[in-house]
Design a protein around this ligand. Structure first.
Ligand SMILES: [Zn+2]
Length: 207
């Protein structure tokens, strides 16, 4: 089961822990660093370690760290992860909704509302922690999102310095956006219309 954020609800420390977690989860073989003040960096590093540990605990074919030979056989990491998403579906990344990232805009849900075309009668809500399902359901939209706030004036950057890719119909496209983005903190969000489920997703069942 996923690690809990010991700083949940604290906008600075909780957000740093979640950013670290996402960096560690998506890139588990590397120790990540950010030029934060000591207490924020401590929270970020604790999150990084938790994310790396949780990802490495997953079986390779359910979202864990793939064997390099399997990656090579697939033709690359993107190809491997897309293959896994088709074979095993998607799960809510780390079986948790990240509540403290994107704090300057009020969280992941307000950020997604600014990118994805949401019908007026649909209210986005966090996906269930144990959500797992098939990839690319017809009503799904996928968006690469990066919770770092140091993007500067670049395409996809928000006024607060966050970054999002375009809304995509297919997970594989948003995953490519994430992998073409320089930051390990970047994740892929799923929005399901009309039920309004949203959250960060990862290939495999996560178990
Ligand atoms: Zn970024």
């Amino acid at each position: 089961m996923a690690s809990e954020n010991p700083f949940a609800g604290n906008p600075d420390l909780g957000g740093a822990w979640e950013e670290g977690y996402l960096a560690g989860f998506s890139d588990p073989e590397v120790e990540h660093f950010r030029p934060f003040s000591p207490d924020i960096l401590e929270a970020y590093s604790a999150g990084d370690l938790a994310g790396r540990t949780d990802r490495r605990a997953l079986p390779p074919d359910n979202g864990g760290v793939p064997d390099p030979a399997a990656v090579e056989e697939s033709g690359g990491l993107w190809e491997f992860l897309v293959h896994e998403s088709v074979e095993s579906g998607l799960h809510l990344a780390a079986h948790k909704f990240f509540h403290d990232i994107f704090g300057q805009v009020g969280g992941l849900i307000p950020l997604l509302i600014s990118v994805v075309q949401i019908p007026g009668d649909v209210q986005l809500k966090p996906m269930e922690d144990d959500w797992t399902g098939p990839v690319d359901l017809p009503e799904d939209t996928f968006v690469a999102v990066c919770p770092r706030n140091d993007h500067g004036p670049t395409e996809g950057a928000t006024a607060e310095g966050y970054w999002t890719g375009p809304a995509r119909q297919f997970f594989s496209e948003a995953l490519a956006d994430k992998m073409n983005h320089d930051h390990a903190e970047c994740g892929v969000a799923r929005c399901a219309i009309p039920d309004g489920d949203c959250g960060l997703v990862w290939p495999g069942t996560g178990q």
